[in-house]
Design a protein around this ligand. Structure first.
Ligand SMILES: Cc1cc2nc3c(=O)[nH]c(=O)nc-3n(C[C@H](O)[C@H](O)[C@H](O)COP(=O)(O)O)c2cc1C
Length: 483
């Protein structure tokens, strides 16, 4: 189901009892964080919050809108986002249809794909108010100062639109935006991300790069911005696929960039070549502050918005937080695509507590000696999974969604020296322990049953399991035992 923008999504949340309005004034300086953090850490993620009176501003702040399995599924227009993984699995089946019946079965799939390319419109809610020149003032937005040691106020749910200077292909990524003054901000596209690559290319030709920072719109756009799509795959096409309806795009007022017409706010501007400024510190996804570093600078040329906008926000910090629910949805929706590259992969779990990039528990159909090591190397070579610091590979019968089972299996099944693989490579730039920003070591553990062909000459014991007959008998007796 497609939403008619972010406020339409908020209405759906409210109808489903998933949104709490707060009329008590709360300060965007730390106070909204303290309230949102308590709610996000409640069982199952609490409710979305609409802070109707942020102190000093007349624009409401919406937060924690994606912060539960249910709301994340609602954001993607489904009752459970696992169904999107099933659809993707079905879509990428490598079979060529044989016979008329099989071809006819393909038609709905093809029809769905035909409707998803974005369309251009000329009239857009996100441009009901247009502010340029001296009228541009970022101080008017209720941007949060999230944590005490943060370097300032940060836009935390921005969708950053750029075009590849060489191919002209669009990218949309979520990169936080620190407010420096009324028309200047930081641009936190980390070095491995596509926005940073677009900027590097523009720097090579000595030209500035245009960028548009979008807030709100159908929540499918937000999910697309955080999705690890390969460079060149259009996030707005993906959003169209998710919402089963083409995304309406409108040309920016001061840029050659098209943005979703249904957005709440659009901040238009450019990033110069060779200009850097200190950005941060910022209380981050890891639960620690990322330290201040030099980052590109975004110069704002226009702000456009709805007549009555809502400001979408999140906070990140020590897990579990709203981003944990967003990341889990990415893990589940993208599993079929990872399995396309690594077909022996049965399941994977990037635990929220490990902030996703730090740890992966995966299960595989092990077929040959060294298979677990092959899978580790494949994952370290695959998109943003390159950031994974620790990978634990289990046999197919392990339930990797059960961390207690994983710890039981790994601690029993490994001989650390024999079963570990140490390597080096790119690391998430948020990692504060690595030897350099964005570069460090990784470790993998083969927690599978060892094979004679791997030089294992001892006998491997079975895991203890009661016989099925006895289980069934005790099941029938259970209620009479008075336990
Ligand atoms: C709430 C939130 C904030 C994020 N902030 C940043 C950020 O400041 N910089 C960054 O490079 N990635 C950030 N990310 C992760 C990227 O959005 C994510 O890696 C995305 O896939 C990048 O898109 P790209 O592959 O098109 O570059 C954030 C993700 C979330 C959920």
């Amino acid at each position: 189901m497609a939403f008619d923008g972010f406020q339409d999504f908020l209405s759906s949340l409210e109808s489903a009892g998933e949104l709490k309005r707060i009329s008590t004034p709360l300060d965007p300086y730390l106070e909204i964080t303290e309230v949102a953090d308590r709610v996000m850490k409640s069982p199952s993620g609490g409710k979305a919050l609409l802070i109707e009176n942020p102190t000093g501003f007349n624009v409401p702040v919406a937060i924690n809108c994606f912060g539960s399995h249910k709301r994340m599924s609602m954001a993607l227009g489904v009752s459970d986002y696992e169904s999107i993984a099933d659809e993707i699995r079905d879509l990428i089946k490598p079979e060529v249809p044989v016979g008329l019946a099989a071809k006819l079965k393909m038609l709905p799939k093809l029809a769905r794909l035909a409707t998803i390319p974005p369309k251009t419109v000329s009239d857009a809610p996100c441009q009901e108010v247009v502010l340029t020149g001296d009228n541009v003032d970022l101080a008017k937005l209720p941007v949060l100062h999230c944590w005490p040691q943060d370097g300032g106020r940060f836009i935390t749910l921005p969708l950053v639109f750029t075009y590849d200077p060489n191919t002209g292909k669009r990218n949309v990524g979520m990169y936080r935006i620190q407010i420096f003054d009324k028309n200047t901000t930081g641009m936190h596209w980390q070095l491995h991300k596509v926005g940073a690559e677009h900027h590097r290319q523009s720097e090579e030709s000595g030209k500035k790069i245009e960028a548009a920072v979008v807030l709100g719109g159908d929540p499918a756009h937000t999910f697309s911005a955080i999705s690890p799509l390969p460079p060149g795959i259009d996030e707005m096409l993906f959003s169209g696929f998710l919402r089963r309806k083409a995304v309406n795009l409108v040309k920016c007022k001061t840029l050659d960039i098209k943005v979703p017409a249904d957005a709440e706010y659009v901040i238009e501007g450019h990033v110069n070549p060779d200009e850097r400024r200190i950005e941060g510190p910022f209380g981050d996804h890891t639960g620690f502050y990322t330290l201040d570093e030099l980052y590109p600078v975004f110069h704002v040329t226009a702000i456009t918005h709805r007549k009555k906008p809502v400001y979408p926000a999140t906070i990140v910090g020590r897990p579990p937080m709203e981003d944990g629910y967003m990341g889990k949805a990415v893990e589940r929706v993208f599993l079929p695509l990872i399995q396309m590259m690594v077909p022996e992969l049965v399941d994977m779990n990037l635990p929220v507590e490990a902030c996703f990039h730090n740890m992966a528990f995966v299960s595989i159909k092990k077929r040959y000696p060294g298979h677990a090591f092959k899978v580790m190397n494949a994952l370290w070579g695959l998109g943003q999974l390159m950031f994974t610091k620790m990978i634990f590979v289990f046999d197919a019968d392990a339930n990797v969604q059960d961390i207690s089972e994983c710890i039981w299996r790994l601690s029993n099944n490994i001989d650390p020296e024999r079963d570990m693989l140490l390597t080096k490579g790119p690391i998430d730039v948020l990692d504060h322990a690595s030897r350099a920003v964005g570069y460090g070591s990784k470790i993998g553990f083969d927690c599978t049953k060892k094979l004679p062909s791997e030089g294992f000459t001892r006998r491997w014991p079975d895991a203890i399991e009661m016989s099925a007959e006895v289980k069934t008998k005790i099941d029938t007796l259970w209620s009479s035992l008075g336990i």
